[in-house]
Design a protein around this ligand. Structure first.
Ligand code: LLP
Length: 419
């Protein structure tokens, strides 16, 4: 495994730094474990995405489920990106960060009546509808009082995607979207509804995708549907192609945004409306690390256990998707000889294993620090309080400045909610 260090998360004089701050110096002021992000890296990732897609006139809506910290959403807002949100909680966060409601897209397979009502009242710009049943509900909520509601149908294009089975979303049998064959009849059924403006199509075929091919296959199906709808005099104003662009978690592969942008532009050539993408992971993953302290090095066969103070509740991806995140020491001063460790957390489950047979320095000691790289997306947001553990603090580094952007939610605070 290689280490996907980045422009702004890298070693200087054997010390792992986020921009100009060494992790060791940050850890003298903050209890471990903690998440830490680089502002410059987030901005670099956003710029890279803009450079790839904007020349083709493609709009970027950040899929905020990847990391919905309000300080990070403020950066998204400052960069002029919209958001893709999936719950009323995310709506609240996006509003708190000052993202204009018109630039919000509400996705999700199970939006409740309460959530839809809130989002309509807030003036959310687009609703990506995922079922006949949801469209029926939306139609009852759309009244003269609410004014016209802009909706797109999320279709399930049934394409295979080479990614972990738990994060494919565009295959038959996945709960997402409506079968492409149903789209025309839904357009016909709602053509005369005075307050539902059905004029878009959407898709999201999966996540951590490493090739442009499945996008092209799915877009071909979408474009055939556009043609069919237009023949029936429906005008399609927007195509939302979802997110899913894969990043390098240390295997050396990632999806090149410039080339996927070109392929998408090529596949959608001739479409006159607006094209939207919803990247999440590719904007945030590489900009964050999870910092953890070694509690014990427990000698065992075949490998010693590196027992950390971070656990699966803090970083779910290895337990849920067998994902591997590069684990690196924060200080490489004595890193000459390597040893293989099984890297685990303290939770009472064998799934609380981050890596097996993992090469790290034999000079590691209890009390030392390690960092999980590439954990800026789907890290902190997926954490739980299992084993009555706290919710970790999040820090944002900019140059020499370190700011706490979410305080730890402590064990004492958590038990206050209970009788
Ligand atoms: N749009 C929609 C409708 C989505 O459901 C998702 C992600 C995205 C956009 C953004 O996809 P991205 O660009 O981040 O791949 N927890 C999993 C990932 C689940 C993704 C769910 N949907 C993980 O840690 O790998």
């Amino acid at each position: 495994m290689t280490s996907p260090l980045t422009e702004h998360i890298l070693y200087s004089e054997n010390q792992l730094h986020i921009e100009s701050c060494s992790i060791e110096s940050i850890a003298t002021k903050t209890n471990t474990p903690f998440y830490c992000y680089s502002k410059a890296q987030i901005l670099t990732n956003i710029q890279r995405c803009k450079t790839a897609f904007n020349p083709h006139g493609i709009d970027i809506h950040y899929a905020m489920k990847a990391n919905s910290n309000i300080s990070i959403l403020k950066l998204i807002a400052e960069q002029g990106l919209g958001v893709d949100l999936v719950s009323s909680g995310e709506l609240l966060r996006a509003q708190a960060a000052g993202i204009p409601e018109k630039s919000m897209i509400f996705s999700g397979v199970g939006k409740t009546s309460t959530e839809l009502t809130l989002a309509i009242a807030a003036g959310v710009g687009q609703f990506n509808v995922e079922s006949v049943e949801e469209l029926e509900l939306l139609a009852t909520l759309a009244t003269p009082h609410t004014g016209a509601i802009c909706a797109a149908l999320r279709v399930n294009p049934d394409v295979a995607v080479d990614t972990h089975k738990n994060i494919t979303t565009g295959r038959k049998g996945n709960k997402f979207g409506i079968p492409i064959e149903q789209a025309l009849s839904l357009y016909q059924r709602y053509a005369d509804h005075p307050w539902i403006k059905l004029s878009g199509l959407a898709m999201h075929i999966g996540s951590q995708i490493q090739s442009a091919a499945p996008y092209c296959q799915a877009i071909d199906k979408l474009m055939a549907l556009v043609e069919k709808l237009e023949e029936e005099d429906f005008s399609i104003d927007s195509l939302d192609l979802g997110g899913g662009f894969g990043v390098d978690y240390g295997e050396g592969a990632s999806l090149d945004l410039a080339s996927v942008a070109q392929e998408i532009a090529h596949s959608t050539a001739g479409f006159k409306g607006r094209i939207i993408i919803e990247p999440g992971r590719s904007l945030l993953a590489s900009a964050g690390v999870l910092v953890s302290r070694i509690t014990y090095i427990k000698e065992a066969q075949p490998n010693p256990f590196l027992i950390l103070d971070a656990a699966m509740n803090d970083l779910m991806r290895p337990a849920l998707y067998q994902a591997s995140h590069p684990i690196v020491p924060t200080n490489t001063d004595n890193d000459s000889c390597m040893r293989h460790y099984d890297v685990v957390g303290p939770i009472c489950e064998s799934t609380d294993t981050f890596a097996r047979n993992y090469p790290l320095s034999e000079s590691l000691k209890a009390g030392g620090l390690v960092a999980f790289l590439c954990t800026g997306a789907y890290g902190s947001v997926m954490s739980s309080t299992y084993n009555s553990r706290s919710i970790l603090p999040e820090l944002l580094v900019s140059g020499t400045e370190t700011q706490i952007i979410r305080k730890e939610i402590t064990q004492v605070q958590l038990i206050k909610y209970e009788q």
